[in-house]
Structures are given as C-alpha cells and as structure tokens.
Design a binder for this molecule. Sequence first.
Ligand code: NAP
Ligand code: MG
Length: 477
Amino acid sequence: MAFEYAPAPESRAIVDIKASYGLFIDGEFVDGHGSSFKTINPATEETLAEVAEADAADVDRAVRAARRAFRGWSRMPGKERAKYLFRIARIIQERGRELAVLESIDNGKPIKESRDVDVPQVAANFFYFAGWADKLEYAGLGPDPQPHGVAGQVIPWNFPLLMLAWKVAPALACGNTVVLKPAETTPLTALLFAEICQQADLPPGVVNIVTGAGATGHAVVSHPDVDKVAFTGSTEVGKAIARAVAGSEKKVTLELGGKAANIVFDDAPIDQAVEGIVSGIFFNQGHVCCAGSRLLVQESVAEEVLGRLKRRMSTLRIGDPLDKNTDIGAINSAEQLGRIRELAEIGDSEGAERWSPSCDLPSSGFWFPPTVFTGVTQAHRIAREEIFGPVLSVLTFRTPSEAVEKANNTPYGLSAGVWTDKGSRILHMASHLRAGVVWANTFNKFDPASPFGGYKESGYGREGGRQGLASYLKGEI
Ligand code: NAP
Ligand code: MG
C-alpha cells in the first residue's frame, strides 16, 4: 500500500514562459524564415509556446555566425574561455529552480529528478569542463591540441538540458563554437540556456540554438561548413546521420539506444538490488538510453526478487510532475506513448505475462503505469527492442556464463548492472560484458569525469572525462 501524501506542488511562478520564441543566432533572438511549431506540457496537453522552426537558410545563418565567432573563441587563452564556462555554471546553479521547473513542465519528468539530478549534473558538467579549458595540453592529446571548428549538435528529449551540457560544455572548453538543435518536444530549457549565455556575456556566435524537427537536425549535420557532428538519439536516426556525413571530412560521435541487462545474483543484497532495479527502469519514466530494461535474475532468487519488486512498485507515485512526491511523471509525447503501448501489446501477444500495480492515471496528458513482464524469452521483441518507457522485461539465468551470454545477446551495448556480494565476480562480469558502462551494486550513476558511450549499435565515441575532450580536439587519445 502506498502512503497517502498531501499534494506538495512546486510553484511554477518562477518560470516566465513567453508566448513565442525565435532562434538564438549570433547572440540574439531572431525570427526564423520557416514556420513555427508548438511545444506542450505532456502532463496536461496544454500548449506552452510557439517556437520557430529553423529552415536550411536559418541553419546556414547560424553556422556562419559560429564560423565568424570561431576565430576569436579558439584563439582566446584557455583560462579566459574557462571564465565564461565557470560563469555559465554559476548562473545555472543560481537559476537552478527555474531551470528544473521549466524542464519538468516541458518534458514531463518529476521535479525531484530535474531538481536533484538533471540540473545539478548540468552545472557539474560546466564546472568540470571549465576546469579543463586551460589544461588541454595535459589531456594526452599532444602538446597543443586544436579544436575542430564549428560543432553541429543534435540532442533528444529525455534529458534536454543535460544532453545540451554534455555537448556544449566540452565543445566550448576545447575552443569550438556550436550550433545546437534541441528536440522538437523539449526546446524551452535550451532557449533559457541561450538567455544564460547572454547573461554570461558569452561572445556572440559561440553558441547558437536552432529549434525545429528532424529536417532542421538534418540541415545542421549535413551543412558543409560544420566540422564536427555530435548526435544523441535513436539508432535509426544515428545511422541516417552516419550515411549523410560519409565521405566528408566531418568528425562524428553518435550516442544511440540501449537495452541494458541488470543482472542480479543470488548473493546480492536483495533490498538494495530492488531499489536499483526500480531506479534502473522507472527513473525518468524509463526514457533513458542506459535504462536497465532487461532484468536478468538468478533462478534461485527469482521468486523472492519479483515479489519484493512488485511490492516496491506498488508504492511508486505516478502523476503531476511538479508534485515533489511524484516518482513517475508523464510520458514525453503522444507518439512515444503510442510506441510504448504497441511494444507492450506485442509482449502480451508473444505470451509474456504483464503486471502493473493498480494506479489512478490522470485523465489528460500521456501516462503509462510502471510495468513488468515475466516469462520473457530472448526471442521476444520486448527483450530485444528498446521500449524507452517504464517497462521491464524479466529473464532468468542459472550460471554466471549464462548471464554473460544473455546480457551480450543484443545489438546494443551501452550499459549493464551487476548485483553481487563478491568483488571477484564483479570484475569477472565487468570484463566479459560488452557494454560501455558497467555499474556494480548501483545503477544510473553519472559523473562528468567518467566517460560514457556505447559498443555496437549503441554508437561510437565517448562523452565525459578526458575521453570526451578527445571528441572535440584534433589528435588521438
Ligand atoms: P531521435 O528521433 O533519433 O531524435 C533525436 C534528435 O534528432 C531530435 O532532436 C530529432 O528531432 C533529431 N532528428 C530526427 N531526425 C533527424 C535527421 N534525419 N537528421 C538529424 N536529426 C534528426 O530520438 P528521440 O526519439 O528523440 O530519442 C530517443 C532515442 O535516443 C532513444 O533511442 C535513446 O536510446 C536515444 N538516446 C541515447 C542516449 C545516449 O547517450 N546514448 C541518450 C539519450 C537518448 P525531433 O525532435 O524533431 O525528433
Ligand atoms: Mg514539450
């Protein structure tokens, strides 16, 4: 039984959402040539604002502004660039509540996550890369590593501001300038970030934000004067981008999808593992590329783990993202909700058994209850395809080698989790799992100093840490 909690809504008075937004080019907000689109609050379906849709001519204007700014920005001593990045980091902290509330309104994620995870991580990334800006010659990339030039960056909707930080902070620290396209459903915090760039007196053209949909993203990555492409999103679009830039001089990093195994051995601390399973798949409504969406549990403890997991799921609170008690917010869009429903129905028809705690879903907005499927086999589509929602597929194993085999039996390789009491088993598993990150007795832990990225269809290149600098500098690590 969930405890009854009185509503504890965070006030939205702190955010000032304008009726319409232009593009941020050369340090100013300007009108686009193209049409506009609406961004909505997915928890209520209320229209929040009209946002300009950048066409190819707008993108060209942004790239030209970035090219002009590159000369001064790349030649500026690193310690001077660092001052701007430190300033941005501090403003992000000062305006943290405003950013968190706006992120929750535009994206649907619970305020406790945007407030306690997204925004602090955003500031941490700017602080971290600010620290590198005057130390690039010590990054192991040669005595005088040089930036690429103009970076074209395209990001998804699941962590709008955090993905921006992962891309903009290292690019700027290394002396590149940026043209960034946020996702169509979550443009508002990127536009508030543009205001923060103005507040920090960042030289015009160093950061440009062009809003729009897939066609705008395509115009950014395929612009002939973009030197470096950084993309986070689906494997399908990642492949299209790789094709679009093939044969050009452009450097590319792709952070794509995942279908991570979260592996629980019989000697694991079960209650902690259950918390890790819950945060692994229900954090951010499961809209997480490295989500622990496949639970591999050792057969001898499967029943116990599932029993405790279901009990824990019954206490999750789903609803108003701005309520400070909410654990699970809204699904980001009607389209994403449709995809989750479709794959869950495929799970039913393939013979897996679906379970969700009883919960009242709000009458407007996009919602999906936390869901677990048991009786899943490796051939099931819900075990193979990324659902990108609050849906967990459970499989069992008997031996460590069977766990490794099943965990690696996926086209992806972004992350994995291991729960066991034995250090030697953790090391054994970590060296056999084909995943960019392996968490041990924890899940979804991030640090700007730690590189993140995938194997196989999860993409190539790394973000974060010294390895993340290598993506924005000429020279190999
Ligand atoms: P998506 O459809 O691939 O979109 C990502 C971004 O690319 C959006 O800004 C999108 O614009 C834009 N885009 C769409 N078509 C394009 C094209 N032809 N050329 C250039 N840009 C284009 O992915 P999503 O649905 O937003 O995000 C979910 C996916 O991202 C999941 O598969 C998830 O695993 C992955 N993801 C990976 C990571 C990671 O670090 N590996 C992190 C987060 C998410 P629109 O907004 O208009 O669609
Ligand atoms: Mg929105």
